[in-house]
Ligand binder design. Sequence first.
Ligand code: FES
Length: 128
Amino acid sequence: MQDKIGDMAKYERHVFICTNQRDASSPRGCCDPAGKAEFQKLFKDKIADRGLKGKVRANKSGCLDQCEHGQTVVIYPDAVWYGRVKAEDIDEIIESHIIGGKPVERLVLPEECINTKECPHRKPKEKL
Ligand code: FES
């Protein structure tokens, strides 16, 4: 059954890909030092290549506050957070998680790091 907004089906998953850019001197680093969103475009292209366009959307995101964990990606509605994602990991995330429903455990950020200042990897605020 479709909703009243239109005839298009809702997306089954949203992939939010941090494209935040910071100055190279920032101790927290950032996910997109070049500011070109190339990683997000690659994710989007690979989703389209797998025929998932219209079902899965790869969105640019601002800082997801996981900067110390390298390239950060979060997939909803599963609320699975990935860190240190590399271009060569995208196919596995699409195949295992998005298609197969099984998150790629080796890239999943620990629960203790999500949405908390208690993350052991987080740089102290006074150093920012
Ligand atoms: S810059 Fe990507 S999570 Fe903060």
